[in-house]
Design a protein around this ligand. Structure first.
Ligand SMILES: Cc1cc2nc3c(=O)[nH]c(=O)nc-3n(C[C@H](O)[C@H](O)[C@H](O)COP(=O)(O)OP(=O)(O)OC[C@H]3O[C@@H](n4cnc5c(N)ncnc54)[C@H](O)[C@@H]3O)c2cc1C
Length: 413
């Protein structure tokens, strides 16, 4: 079925329900630090630099939250994209725990930043529920929760009755139970990023709307070349995620763009207090009910023949959007025919080992980059911004983010 493209416009719920055109200034000729990309990573990096009194320019080509951060599901969870057990198996216990701790730090920093800067980001911590839709799913959820609990991390296995008591609509027959992760947060992504950018500007950062074309080296320092002129600086932080390899060639083959698609229903009665997820397909599905009652639901990449991998196109497609239409009616018999009000897509960055990259760029002195969050960047973004601000000032990569470095053994080109 062809989806109704009059609903599209390719702007997300978060972008349509908040003004993201933060005041900007002309590109200066010089700045101590330049941050590129107005998503969660770039805005947080500029914020921490400005808050510590450093001279920083944040360059974004469209408006804050134009990229993945403004098009996502609005979850701030903890842990790496593959989950606790998956990360342990791939990375080993030490690295998996280290990365998990980084995401717990991110959760604390997000809470602090939002509170201290008074950002009305619709931030709440209801937790997330990951539905098991088969006995095998539930056994895997049990093993993952047991591994988390053994290492002192929160998580609870819920049977069907316990799950039903938390969801305000009858569960479909195939739902067996859920893994519950208390403390995971939900936010309005547009309000969050605009709030961080505004806070950065209050602390002295400058926002410039320009497209970065390349980074050159002059007299041992980076020069950022944009469509609005050049800017000389001591350090550059790239928060470009899916677009990283366009400016940092070393990230070719390491960060690959992958399209994620979402739909948004009209407001309905309160049904889901928690962030919700399940694996109807191997690439996963997720949804949250926003404070106005509408449901933001994404996933179903597996419905696309190429899984929407290795492209820069952010148009929606019938195959994935039609598949998204089936998720709520399949899982919750009472939720048939909710009117769809928006459909959109965004670009994620994926790495071969499902762990993000945060490191100095080889052959680009004074340049750091972060990206490759594999569809789960909100558990990292603010913490990464803090450490990248430190890197820019100290001109070396903080040891704390070593497990996210380019030299890690699991990252092979
Ligand atoms: C559909 C979808 C759903 C998702 N859901 C979730 C979720 O619920 N929870 C979660 O944790 N993660 C989720 N993610 C992933 C998460 O949104 C990303 O990992 C995270 O937002 C990445 O943030 P970022 O700041 O690195 O990049 P982005 O937010 O993509 O920001 C990059 C910015 O760089 C700008 N830019 C690009 N090129 C240039 C240039 N040459 N010059 C200047 N500016 C440039 C872009 O306009 C953009 O604003 C989702 C992603 C998608 C696409």
């Amino acid at each position: 079925m062809t989806v109704d493209r009059s609903l599209v416009g390719n702007r997300s719920y978060w972008q349509e329900t908040w003004d993201l055109n933060a005041p900007s200034v002309q590109l200066p000729a010089r700045a101590a630090h330049v941050v590129v990309g107005g998503g969660i990573v770039g805005s947080a990096t500029a914020y921490y630099l400005a808050k510590q009194g450093h001279d920083v320019v944040l360059i974004e080509r469209m408006h804050p939250a134009h990229g993945a951060t403004g098009r996502n599901g609005g979850f701030i969870g903890t842990g790496a994209a593959e989950g606790y057990n998956g990360s342990m198996q791939r990375l080993g216990k030490k690295a998996a725990q280290h990365i998990h701790e980084l995401t717990l730090l991110n959760a604390r920093l997000a809470r602090e930043l939002i509170a201290s800067e008074g950002i009305d980001a619709h931030y709440r911590e209801p937790g997330t529920l990951n539905l098991s839709i088969s006995a095998q799913d539930h056994a895997e959820a049990a093993a993952s929760i047991a591994a988390r609990n053994a290492d002192g991390y929160a998580g609870e296995l819920l049977d069907r009755a316990a799950l039903q008591s938390m969801v305000n609509t009858p569960l479909g027959e195939e739902i067996v139970g859920a893994a519950y992760f208390p403390g995971h947060a939900l936010i309005h992504s547009g309000r969050l990023v605009r709030g961080i950018v505004d806070a950065a500007v209050r602390h002295g950062a400058k926002l410039c709307i320009a497209t970065v074309e390349r980074i050159e080296q002059r007299d041992g320092h980076p020069v950022v070349v944009t469509d609005k002129g050049t800017i000389q600086t001591q350090s550059v932080v790239l928060g470009l995620n899916a677009w990283s390899r366009q400016i940092a060639p070393a990230l070719h083959g390491i960060i690959t763009p992958v399209r994620g698609q979402i739909l948004n229903t009209a407001p309905t009665k309160p049904v889901f207090a928690q962030g919700m997820g399940t694996d109807l397909t191997p690439t996963g599905e997720y949804w949250q009910q926003t404070l106005d009652g509408s449901i933001v639901l994404g996933g179903m990449r597996a419905a696309a023949t190429n899984r929407d991998e290795n492209l820069y196109d952010i148009g929606i497609t019938d195959e994935v959007q039609n598949a998204l239409d089936t998720v709520l009616p399949r899982l919750f018999p009472a939720l048939q025919d909710l009117p769809i009000t928006r459909r959109w897509a965004g670009l994620m960055g994926f790495t071969p080992d499902y762990v993000p990259v945060v490191d100095a760029m080889p052959d680009m002195p004074g340049v750091w980059a972060a990206g490759g969050f594999c569809g789960s960047g909100m558990p990292f973004g603010i913490m990464v911004g803090k450490y990248l601000a430190q890197a820019a000032v100290e001109m070396r990569t903080p040891a704390e983010v070593a497990p996210l470095g380019l030299n890690r053994p699991t990252l092979k080109k």
